[in-house]
Design a protein around this ligand. Structure first.
Ligand code: C2E
Ligand code: MG
Ligand code: MG
Ligand code: MG
Length: 277
């Protein structure tokens, strides 16, 4: 009986695995089509200056509304795009679209606004990202220092020299570098200096229970003072309550982002939020 049960469990597990593999293949196929047909879109989440409450920038976040699956979260489709070689095309489209959107807001008089774009480690592997950033800057005509590239620590784990060279050239173009999800990865402090990052984004996981968890409070405090002493600017992700925003302000965190202020917005809604300059 035990043996039979074992075999049944095995067959069940392997059926599940098959299903997962098939599902993934289908997602890959639909995603490829969505990229080709430009069926992806971007939402923009306000980046807020805590002391004044002013919107200083936007983070571009990729959205995919699949006709059959509905909204597929980027946490699901970005890793798939990375694995099946679609991330370069997707990433190039994101850079160009976000830069053109920023140009439109600049032209509407919001001249100080900056745009943050997420880059995956995979986009660095063949160095195409440098050309894509240059193209986005040329096409849009935005100043390079208005574009902030968000990288996670995993980028720095890949082929050190090649990544290093690309990051140097991105800095030479004048773009800003931001360390995303800080505290969740390897967080080598030496990297922050070596790669000349401009900003640290404190990961949401530390921010969300800043009030109740003394350990997280200590981590957040530590990251803010680290940023200050390295001359980096600092933003807290995932700010959902006013109490957290107040505490962050008290801790001298300069920037924040989160549902308390705004969810990621469609471009027209972001424009409405900006109001008249
Ligand atoms: P991320 O870069 O850390 O982006 C912030 C994520 O936190 C976004 O999730 C945003 O919607 C969410 N968020 C913002 N404020 C709050 C809050 O107050 N509470 C909570 N619970 N969540 C909040 P989203 O849009 O699902 O994106 C997830 C991740 O997917 C991003 O994390 C980023 O790593 C990746 N991603 C999204 N768009 C792109 C893209 O165009 N290219 C690349 N390479 N990655 C992307
Ligand atoms: Mg990000
Ligand atoms: Mg983040
Ligand atoms: Mg994150």
């Amino acid at each position: 009986a035990a043996k039979r049960k074992g075999r049944a469990a095995y067959q069940f597990a392997s059926a599940l695995m098959n299903e997962a593999a098939i599902d993934r293949l289908q997602i890959e196929t639909s995603l490829r089509r969505a990229i080709e047909q430009q069926a992806l879109r971007l939402e923009y989440q306000p980046l807020v200056h805590l002391a004044s409450g002013r919107i200083v920038g936007a983070e571009a976040l990729c959205r995919w509304d699949d006709p059959e699956r509905g909204a597929v979260p980027p946490g699901l489709f970005i890793p798939i795009a990375e694995d099946c070689g679609l991330i370069e095309a997707l990433g190039g489209w994101v850079l160009k679209t976000a830069a053109l959107q920023l140009r439109a807001w600049h032209d509407a008089g919001h001249t100080e606004l900056m745009m943050a774009v997420n880059l995956s480690a995979r986009q660095f592997q063949r160095g195409v990202v440098l050309q894509q950033v240059e193209d986005a800057l040329v096409t849009s005509g935005i100043a390079p220092d208005r574009l902030e590239l968000e990288l996670t620590e995993t980028v720095l784990l890949h082929d050190g020299d090649a990544v290093m060279a690309t990051l140097r050239r991105l800095k030479a173009l004048g773009t800003k570098l931001s360390m995303d999800d800080f505290g969740t990865g390897y967080s080598s402090l030496a990297y922050l200096r070596r790669f000349k990052f401009d900003k640290i984004k404190i990961d949401r996981s530390f921010v969300c229970d800043l009030i109740d968890d003394p350990d997280n409070a200590a981590i957040v405090r530590g990251i803010i003072s680290l940023a200050q002493s390295l001359g980096l600017s600092v933003l807290a992700e995932g700010v959902e309550t006013d109490a957290i925003a107040q505490r962050l302000k008290h801790l001298q965190c300069t920037f924040a982002q989160g549902y308390l202020f705004d969810r990621p917005l469609r471009p027209e809604d972001f424009g409405a939020r900006l109001g008249t300059p």
